[in-house]
Ligand binder design. Structure first.
Ligand code: DUC
Ligand code: ZN
Ligand code: ZN
Ligand code: ZN
Length: 480
């Protein structure tokens, strides 16, 4: 068993910051000590196997990305990161736990799908991983299986109000699933967009010859998000189920969540880096065409990027400060341009939806600290502590304290990170482009430990396929 001392750094937890040394014994944090402490009279630095000097650096709990789609079959293809490539990219970016989605398509057994996802992930992951379950076929067998999955550590279930014939559930099915969640304590997650409205707008746009990726955004308007968010909240209120709204991008949806929380409901919201840093207008790129060119496919995701003229981004950053939105995940759903996004040339509705960001979330959110929009502890809370607590992992994950897993990141606030594909740029995701090309980050992930093992150091990967273990999660620690 290796003992490691991370010395001279500033430890940042959600509760605050302080100078401290972190002692890791094997896979677990053994002590958080005043700098230079001795233990029972022994000089620590001289007694451990390895010392990491973190002077001038932040020592933070490893990132927890609670929304990823590794190798998901979707949009007529598969998300391009496997569990192997996607979790290695996560490690490079300071994320040491992911929660991925087991997919149930109509008429599939959720238990069979759950076992299939274990087969995909087991022995391949660089960092620890858990699962949520997508429900696309709400009938008695699926509802019964929810209880079995909770016993297996899958304690959260996602439904969709969009994607007819693929994921969509109607309100009655959602109601039934939420009743079950109210009964067994599961967190009910919702993709909140009014799919029926969107499907008509998409057909109308295509009929008018509006085929470029830009129209993906205009045909998924904020009204469709606000309406669906409200409806999901009403179903949660009616049934008593806790509700977690994924990938919130519209300021009007934030207002719905804030109002529900003010009424005392167990309603939570997640946003993603793309809604904080990118806008619909970015999708037009440098194109001289009025409605952009196919380059815009790089940023096709759902919910879509919102217009910079409507104040969504500002409200989103504000909501992170005021806790109207509680956490930031990526919705990492990567596709290459070649052969994948390109399926939508001439018809934006055939572009596989998704952006890859699992590697960049910690860096992109640190920019909120740099620009004075969030505090250091809030950065950690949004990217690690709350995701861990929301999805039943806190104590082991999401915090630097004795007994926690040795998932620790040494972050250099004076470092610099150039995001993108190619020479001198960080990009380890299995994608032939980056939605973040050209982003320059003030800050840098220096060293990453996953359960006590150094997996990334100075830009080098030192881990191994299969280091990551399944996280058997408990119920959400946000519910009384
Ligand atoms: N949105 C995406 O962008 N990709 C995956 C599914 C989703 O809801
Ligand atoms: Zn979604
Ligand atoms: Zn998603
Ligand atoms: Zn550095």
């Amino acid at each position: 068993m290796t003992t490691t001392l991370i010395a001279n750094g500033t430890v940042v937890n959600a509760t605050g910051t302080g100078a401290a040394d972190v002692l890791i014994d094997g896979e677990t944090i053994a002590a958080v000590l005043a700098p230079g402490s001795t233990l029972l009279g022994h000089d620590l630095a001289g007694s451990v196997d390895a010392v990491i000097d973190a002077a001038g650096k932040y020592v933070i709990p490893g990132g927890v990305d609670a929304h990823t789609h590794m190798e998901m079959p979707f949009g007529g293809t598969n998300a391009s990161d496997t569990f192997e490539t996607g979790t290695r990219a996560a490690a490079f970016g300071g994320t040491t736990s992911i929660v991925d989605f087991v997919v149930q398509y109509p008429e599939q057994s959720i238990l069979e799908q759950y076992h299939l996802w274990h087969e995909k992930a087991a022995g391949n992951c660089a960092v620890d991983y858990g699962f949520h379950q997508i429900l696309s076929d709400v009938q008695d067998a699926s509802l019964t299986a929810m209880d079995e999955l909770i016993a297996e550590g899958v304690t959260s279930f996602k439904l969709f109000m969009a994607y007819k014939g693929v994921f969509l559930s109607d309100d009655g099915q959602i109601l039934r699933a939420f009743q079950k969640g109210a009964d067994n304590g599961a967190m009910m997650m919702m993709h909140a967009e009014n799919g029926a409205m969107i499907d008509v707008l998409v057909q109308q746009a295509l009929a008018e010859g509006k085929t470029t990726p830009y129209f993906h955004g205009t045909t998924r308007p904020w009204q469709a998000e606000e309406e669906a968010t409200h409806r999901a909240i009403m179903i949660a209120d009616l049934t008593g189920a806790p509700l977690y709204v994924v990938h919130v991008s519209a300021k009007q949806a934030v207002a719905q969540i804030a109002a529900a929380r003010d009424r005392g409901l167990n309603v939570f919201g997640e946003t993603c880096p793309q809604y904080l840093h990118l806008s619909l207008e970015d999708q037009l790129g440098a194109s001289s065409e009025e409605w952009g060119d196919f380059e815009g496919a790089k940023w096709v995701c759902s919910t879509p990027l919102r217009s910079k003229h409507e104040g969504h981004q500002q409200r989103m950053w504000q909501s992170l400060r005021t806790n109207d939105i509680q956490m930031v995940s990526t919705d990492h759903c990567p596709f290459c341009m070649k052969d994948q996004k390109e399926m939508g040339i001439g018809d934006f509705s055939k572009i596989p939806n998704g952006i890859g960001s699992v590697e960049h979330r910690v860096d992109l959110m640190y920019q909120g600290v740099v620009t004075g929009q969030i505090t250091l502890p809030r950065w950690v809370e949004l990217t690690s502590t709350t995701p861990a607590r929301m999805f039943g992992m806190y104590g082991k994950k999401g915090v630097i304290q004795p007994g926690a897993d040795g998932d620790v990141v040494v972050y250099d606030p004076d470092g610099h990170t150039s995001i993108g594909v190619g020479e001198g740029r960080t990009h380890h995701m299995n994608m032939d482009y980056s939605a973040w090309e050209g982003f320059e980050i003030d800050g840098h992930v220096d060293t990453v430990l996953s359960r006590g093992k150094v997996v990334v150091d100075g830009g080098r990967y030192l881990g191994a396929r299969g280091d990551g273990r399944y996280i058997k999660r408990g119920l959400s620690q946000y519910l009384v």
